[in-house]
Design a protein around this ligand. Structure first.
Ligand SMILES: [Zn+2]
Length: 361
């Protein structure tokens, strides 16, 4: 009797568990709302909050989260989102969909199109080898990647060319996103090709690289440059991708504002000629080394065929933290110099501040 009761109990137990077991696998794994939140958000905000440990406390988490992030991370660390719907490794699609509503566009020629604030970021060399004295022009690969991921998520990256075309558009055929951002580099370092280019490709972020034509392909240690510069072949590969545009940063990295007009003309025309010859494209944009220019140099640039000019760069000054608006034209564009000392800052905070600083009359 006892035995029979045991057998019945065992059968019951087995069937209870047997009935329960399939249900538990059918139950979709709890979906982590945090899945779409890119790692940079936590890093960029440098919150001291530790990651959830094995024993999550029931205390509510702080609500201070970056704008646009409404979801909370799961409180159950075991609730791994291992479902078939695991997001792909595309870094751009998921964060965009969950964090930022897609922007509207403005059309050229309309009143609102005149005052869209357009930040242009300026990077130089990308390397882990930097210190506080040279960090103004060097950023680590990790931080560069964080920056690009951040801007891709929070803004709409466009090319400098798209912006120039928009400003020059007179028939209303061009549009501009209401939250544009532009990435540029100066000098033409090999790291732009080796480090930045793959990241930009992965995230589909266009960029303009202003190169010093006399140092193309120069290697560090050969006496001419501190850091190696990419070759014409590498420049051509980037240009032909359609993602990168190579433009002029003069031939010898000179201060155009301090040179006689003949030398200015030589610097402008030689660099333009070299780029057009090697890359088979029109070179019509220039960034002035050291931000050095004069009225004469600007006029000479126009005459040489440069339709867009970046007036500041290299040395970061107060005006390097401003943004552009279309009605100011494209012959005096300003850029935000991004420094390696910023670490994983918050490039977004920097851009927001720059945008806020721009007063529109
Ligand atoms: Zn430069």
């Amino acid at each position: 009797m006892k035995k029979l009761a045991l057998i019945i109990a065992s059968i019951l137990t087995v069937s209870i568990f047997a009935g329960f077991a399939p249900k538990s696998t059918e139950e979709p794994a709890p979906k982590s709302d945090n899945q779409g939140v890119p790692a940079w958000l936590n890093q960029a905000n440098a919150t001291p909050t530790p990651a959830p440990t094995e024993k999550p406390t029931p205390t509510p988490r702080p609500t201070a989260r970056p704008a646009g992030v409404t979801s909370e991370p799961t409180t159950d660390p075991n609730a791994t989102p291992e479902t078939e719907n695991k997001p792909t490794e595309q870094p751009s699609s998921t964060p965009e969909a969950t964090l930022t509503p897609k922007p509207d566009f403005v059309r050229a020629g309309t009143p609102e199109a005149e005052t869209v604030k357009v930040p242009i970021l300026l990077y130089h060399h990308i390397s882990d080898d930097f210190n506080l004295t040279n960090a103004i022009s060097i950023i680590s690969p990790r931080d560069f990647n964080l920056h690009m991921t951040a801007i891709k998520t929070q803004y709409t990256p466009i090319s400098l060319r798209e912006y120039v075309d928009f400003v020059n558009c007179t028939d209303g055929s061009k549009t501009l996103p209401t939250d544009p951002i532009i990435v540029t580099f100066d000098d033409g370092y090999l790291s732009n090709y080796e480090v930045a280019y793959p990241i930009l490709k992965k995230l589909e972020i266009p960029a303009t690289i202003f190169i010093v034509t006399d140092t193309v392909g120069e290697k560090s240690g050969d006496g001419k440059v501190n850091y190696s510069h990419f070759t014409w072949e590498q420049a051509k590969e980037m240009q032909d991708s359609g993602l990168i545009d190579i433009e002029s940063h003069t031939n010898d990295h000179v201060k155009l504002g301090q040179l006689d007009i003949d030398t200015v003309n030589y610097e402008l025309r030689k660099s333009k000629y070299q780029i057009e010859k090697h890359l088979g494209k029109t070179c019509d944009m220039i960034a002035y080394p050291y931000g050095s220019y004069s009225d004469e140099a600007i006029q000479a640039s126009k005459k040489a065929g440069f339709i867009a000019q970046c007036l500041v760069g290299d040395d970061a000054t107060d005006i390097d933290y401003e943004v552009n608006i279309p009605r100011d034209g494209v012959m005096n564009m300003t850029r935000i110099t991004v420094s390696g000392t910023m670490g994983n800052v918050n490039i977004i905070e920097l851009v927001r501040k720059s945008i806020a600083n721009k007063k529109i009359d």
